[in-house]
Design a protein around this ligand. Structure first.
Ligand SMILES: Nc1ncnc2c1ncn2[C@@H]1O[C@H](COP(=O)(O)OP(=O)(O)O)[C@@H](O)[C@H]1O
Ligand SMILES: [Mg+2]
Length: 337
């Protein structure tokens, strides 16, 4: 697969990745993904979609069943040390050496990646994370939020080129969330590539340059955030005509209509957030031209339906009827990368 929009080589290239856990559950079903150098990429998906599995495989913690991953050109398994050196990982689950001090654990972490000691760098990291005055404290004495800050400090201790944040803001307080986003933006400015997972659409929207949506072990869409937001505002007006048309009449040219289903269906795509959607004037013009319709329907762009579907997945069972209605439209297949 060659993505022609890709400027330069991807810093991470994932190809044909599958993962079947012991017991037979398939958590990833053939994932292809390129991460661009220097971007903030948000991997968005409901709980159980496979986000942590994917990240852990890239980081060499979980073994894939099939497929390849390169990180900075290194194979994540055959050249594990080189690949892993480039990566800082803030895992979803907190696990730290409870008896160590903040300074010791951060400093030690750097050494694990074969980097020479650099007290000035550790000091900077701890200061950036508001941990400097806690440097001598034992980790077990810290609050949950502070422990999470320590996990980030450890991930940054060896100056990684790529930072993974797995559900960084799940269950954290407002202050830490704010600090974290400030830190992420600063790191990106310094050239670090950032991949974060989240199940909040809003978070992905705020932070990311690009968004990938994963559902049930498949990446169902990868988009520039700007394009995504534009599409989210789009709506479709679908008119089933009483009499088929052989072509869109010239009098309707300004609406850029599409004619489908052997001339039986007229589709108008419009920006639902625009001041003038063009819908009322279109209806008037159709009446003037004596074009009658048997049915009229509006629908959100397929992207929004994908999101609606994801949310329904998360709330499965609560609204069984609506879940059936929200099943993915044909258009969804078109958005697959
Ligand atoms: N070690 C494991 N053994 C068996 N199944 C697992 C294991 N880890 C994760 N899974 C399953 O794989 C699926 C994806 O999990 P995960 O990657 O953690 O999803 P996410 O991070 O998107 O919530 C889930 O259904 C989960 O129960
Ligand atoms: Mg997870």
């Amino acid at each position: 697969m060659k993505d022609t929009n890709m400027p330069g080589d991807p810093i991470i290239a994932v190809r044909g990745l599958t993962k079947t856990y012991e017991g037979g559950f398939q958590a990833l079903k053939g994932v292809d993904l390129d991460i661009r150098k220097g971007e903030i990429f948000a991997l968005l998906g409901p709980n159980g979609a496979g986000k942590t599995t994917l990240i852990n495989i890239i980081c060499g913690i979980v073994t894939p069943s099939e497929g390849t991953v390169t990180v900075g050109g290194y194979d994540h398994q055959k050249q594990y040390r080189e690949a892993r050196k480039l990566i800082g990982l803030v895992p979803q689950e907190l696990h730290t050496d409870a008896f160590e001090s903040v300074w010791a654990t951060t400093n030690f972490s750097r050494g694990l990646f074969g980097k020479a000691p650099d007290p000035a760098h550790i000091e900077k990291v701890l200061k950036d994370l508001s941990l400097w005055d806690k440097q001598k404290a034992r980790i077990m004495m810290l609050s949950g939020g502070m422990k999470r800050r320590v996990m980030i400090a450890k991930a940054l201790s060896h100056e990684p080129a790529i930072l993974f944040l797995d559900e960084p803001t799940a269950g954290v307080d407002v202050e830490l969330r704010r600090d974290m986003w400030a830190m992420v933006r600063k790191l990106r400015e310094s050239g670090v590539t950032i991949i974060l997972t989240t199940h909040y659409i809003e978070e992905a929207e705020q932070m990311a340059d690009r968004i990938g949506v994963i559902s049930k072990g498949e990446i169902i869409l990868v988009e520039e955030k700007a394009d995504l937001i534009e599409k989210l505002g789009k709506k479709e007006l679908r008119l089933s005509l009483q009499e088929p048309l052989s072509a869109v009449p010239p009098e309707l040219a300004e609406w850029k209509l599409e004619l489908g289903q052997d001339g039986h269906l007229l589709t108008y795509t419009f920006d639902s957030q625009a001041e003038r959607t063009g819908v009322p004037s279109l209806m008037r013009r159709l009446a003037d031209l004596n074009i009658g319709f048997a049915d009229i329907e509006t629908r959100q762009s397929s992207l929004e339906e994908i999101f609606v579907n994801l949310v329904h997945d998360q709330n499965a069972g609560q609204n069984a009827d609506q879940t059936a209605d929200a099943s993915l439209p044909d258009g969804e297949k078109d958005s697959r990368p």
